[in-house]
Design a protein around this ligand. Structure first.
Ligand code: AMP
Length: 277
């Protein structure tokens, strides 16, 4: 497994890899969710590359850029075990040199949900992912359904900017009690960790109601809200029942939907989602 940082090293290491190449962009502090994407790429591609970069431009000033968990040695050991050919840890000064002024903006898809609560977030995400694609030139790029809106935004950018690659989206990997795996779960104290299961419980309650015949969007929102309200340590930012391709909120009857939510448990912001229909 080769590990590189500078763009010059990346370019020569990339040239030595056999295609098709699969890329998994990450911010590190890896867990089984990330590794599921690496394992899938291992099966589907001749070579597998992982980038590890806590991208500063996708964090707002009041967010957790400085405290975001980092452990490169542990990440590298995990990646070596699952079989990774190339790890790129970009250098912030090379990604965003002084005078930097070029950005990728995906318009409508970034307005609701995460985009509404984290202004500028998707501009940072789309920009860094475009830069990773340009440098790495993968034939496939792997993202998690955990960040459902991000996956849609990247698909749209790939289509709109004619990136010659396929976007693959892997299912959400969860802890045994249902909590979606996330690097940010490491922030949770034991009582908060117990409270954090409320997101998945709320999603499952709406899924059960839908399966039992409740197909009204507002009723499904209320079911999720009511479960979230039972947990005093959880404060919800949004609860959404949206059209899965456009993310516009559904009014009235639900046939297919993306159920999603963002909830704060203490200072930790958690997101989760589930597809219906
Ligand atoms: P991050 O390091 O949080 O930027 O995540 C890197 C990639 O891993 C993104 O495409 C995420 O959607 C994906 N990912 C994060 N958590 C999970 C999970 N629990 N299950 C599946 N994919 C995940």
């Amino acid at each position: 497994m080769k590990v590189v940082s500078s763009l010059a090293e990346l370019r020569s290491a990339r040239a030595a890899l056999h295609g098709p190449l699969g890329l998994i962009p990450t911010m590190g502090y890896l867990h089984a969710g990330h590794l599921s994407l690496v394992q899938r790429a291992r099966i589907e591609c001749a070579s597998v590359a992982v980038s590890i970069f806590v991208n500063p431009t996708q964090f707002a000033p009041a967010e957790d850029l400085a405290s975001y968990p980092r452990d490169l040695d542990r990440d590298l050991a995990m990646l070596k075990r699952v079989g990774t050919d190339l790890v790129w840890t970009p250098v912030a000064e090379e990604m965003y040199p002084s005078g930097y002024q070029t950005w990728v903006t995906v318009e409508r898809l970034t307005l609701p949900l995460e985009g509404a609560w984290r202004p500028g977030h998707f501009r940072g995400v789309a920009t860094i992912v475009a830069k990773l694609f340009n440098a790495m030139q993968p034939q496939r790029a792997y993202f998690g359904q955990k960040d459902a809106q991000q996956a849609l935004v990247i698909r749209q950018m790939v289509r709109d900017l004619n990136f010659p690659l396929e976007v693959v989206v892997g299912q959400i990997i969860r802890e045994p009690d249902g909590l979606a795996m996330s690097s940010r779960n490491s922030y949770l104290a034991p009582d908060q960790r117990r409270a954090a299961t409320v997101l998945h419980r709320a999603l499952k309650a709406a899924e059960h109601a839908f399966a039992a015949g409740d197909h009204d969007a507002e009723s499904l929102r209320r079911i999720m809200m009511d479960i979230l309200l039972t947990e005093p340590l959880a404060v919800s930012e949004y609860v959404s029942v949206a059209e899965p391709d456009t993310l516009s909120e559904i009014d009235g009857e639900v046939r297919r939907a993306l159920l999603s939510m963002a909830v704060k448990v203490g200072k930790t912001r958690l997101i989760d989602n589930l597809e219906l229909g």
